[in-house]
Unconditional design. Structure first.
Lengths: 348, 348
């Protein structure tokens, strides 16, 4: 497949242009574009600029209300509840994480529950903000149905991603950012395209039987990571994100791939101000020790290097800032077709 | 194997007697005994009364200091840091969770980091306390080295269990309580005893190669659950529990199976007061809806019932309260031999 390299700045400007044309105020357009391009920089292209017009379609249908602003429902010192009023998930979540950090700086810990938000893209985009501010950041969200409860064969719970980030002194932050499914659904589509079978443990068919056939798996449902443990995590993330905030939960949430329908996604953002617990330098010193121990562990025959959580993304970012982000030619064509419809300049 | 049924009361009295003889003050002996017997009631016998004298050995060696009391290092409104002073993990953790709940009732959320504690047994014993008080409870701990970082072949990180519990109205609380390893080490020993092979994905041998031989796996190291995801969770739990609290971390922690050596385990307890976010009745109403959806999901051919997280334990407890807990004859013999050494009455 032909590829073309773009600088982060070029991608950001293009996506920002699109979101402004779609009616976002400049600050919101800038934030949303930056969050998508940051995913590209980290090597997560599935969550990158290619999603610009997925959000666009939901904005045009009115499913996402770009004119709304979040409302604070509860302002309770260390905690808050925000109603996103069906606005832009990234904008609402940025606001929530910022508030959690501010409250943590005052109370040692801060938590913000968010209802009626939307898909926020990449969780670590927001938890990283907490780490930069000397906090441990936690963020979770529920999502549209992607998997069955353990023992079930009908989708009920979302991939329900969650992230935790912590500063690490001279190292880039240590960041966990995972979904609770065994694999991304995209991997089944890729196997189908290639005519490959899939490993058992990825999916079950419509009748609930384990399958190694990607077509049967797509018709059925993805399995949770780590079996019943991943199911239990997904259920609990739904409680934290959807039930605690008073948002939708389980099969009540609409995903970003649907053109129509309020999302109803809920989130929970928590920040812990490290310096309230112990001096930040001591914490960062111990983080460097931990990272050193991880990286110096004797390796398996296949492993060329051991990475700490978040290190691969930090390294990809450095790489892509130097050489640019390589976007497949057909993605560029799709983006430019949508840009033309909007009457804005494309990627050149 | 011959079994004998004991009531929870008989088991509790026996274990309490033992801990008093080992020098614990009555309240601490009562709490520690209750936490062990509760694990038996939930069907987690590996964490039950059979562990009485594992703790006993560490008390006798001086590794656990039953005369120490926890010190509050930081008292910061919504947060606190406690030094366990190498006392009894269960006692220290009970104190920490209680403080987290009290602080949550005042600030909406409360967090207590604990350093220099010890093995606390079953995490859900403590998070359940938060759920009973109308809070969502979170608890994590680090633990002695049990697995390698992803790509490594030498143990560095613990099983690092964590738990989240939430009230569910008329239903018993929804509770997640998991370790981050693919399986408990005990399953490898069981396979070895039976001469069975183990599935690939459970363990690697000393050279770091995947193995289906339990003996090679025991010599090597257990793998994390869900591959690199479980590794990343384990690392982050160590940050939350060990690094944030200023306790030991990574291979610095000593496990409960060792007779000697300060544990150095650290924990993090967090409580969120639900009624600060939304009316508790509304929350519980939605929890009942979520549980109803989970339980009514169409099932796979093998599944007779779908359980929500924590339901199996609640059901086991009801069952064992009625018919008693069945303890294998050889466990009774071992417990009674130790009881005789201590000069206390055994299980009859």
């Amino acid at each position: 497949m032909r590829q073309h390299n773009y600088s982060a700045g070029e991608l950001r400007q293009f996506s920002e242009r699109a979101f402004k044309a779609l009616g976002l105020v400049p600050n919101d357009a800038c934030l949303l574009a930056d969050s998508l391009v940051q995913a590209d920089l980290w090597g997560h292209q599935s969550h990158g600029i290619m999603r610009t017009f997925w959000y666009g379609a939901r904005i045009l249908s009115g499913a996402m209300d770009v004119g709304s602003t979040p409302t604070t429902i509860v302002d309770g010192g260390a905690i808050a509840v925000i109603d996103g009023n069906n606005g832009i998930g990234q904008v609402i979540t940025h606001n929530a994480m910022h508030q959690a950090i501010t409250r943590a700086k005052k109370h040692g810990i801060g938590a913000v529950a968010v209802r009626n938000s939307g898909h926020f893209g990449t969780a670590m985009y927001f938890t990283r903000l907490a780490a930069i501010e000397g906090c441990i950041g936690f963020l979770s969200t529920n999502a549209s149905p992607a998997m069955a409860p353990w023992g079930g064969r009908k989708k009920l719970l979302g991939t329900n991603p969650w992230s935790i980030a912590a500063p690490a002194g001279d190292y880039p932050p240590m960041i966990l950012d995972i979904a609770t499914t065994a694999v991304a659904r995209g991997k089944l589509y890729m196997a189908k395209q290639r005519g490959d079978s899939i490993p058992f443990g990825w999916a079950i068919d419509e009748k609930g039987n384990q399958t190694n056939d990607p077509i049967a798996g797509i018709a059925g449902t993805i399995l949770p990571m780590a079996g019943h443990k991943g199911y239990a995590i997904a259920a609990m993330i739904d409680v934290l994100s959807g039930v605690l905030s008073g948002s939708r939960f389980a099969d009540g949430v609409t995903g970003p791939y649907m053109r129509e329908g309020r999302s109803g996604a809920g989130h929970l953002a928590i920040a812990l101000d490290i310096s309230a617990f112990r001096p930040l330098e001591e914490f960062c010193h111990d983080m460097a020790q931990l990272i050193g121990k991880i990286k110096n562990t004797p390796r398996t025959p296949e492993a060329e290097e051991i990475f700490y959580p978040g290190e691969l993304e930090a390294r990809a970012e450095q790489h892509h800032l130097k050489i640019g982000v390589s976007i497949p030619q057909d993605t560029v064509a799709e983006l430019n077709a949508s840009a033309q419809e909007l009457g804005i300049g494309g990627l050149t």
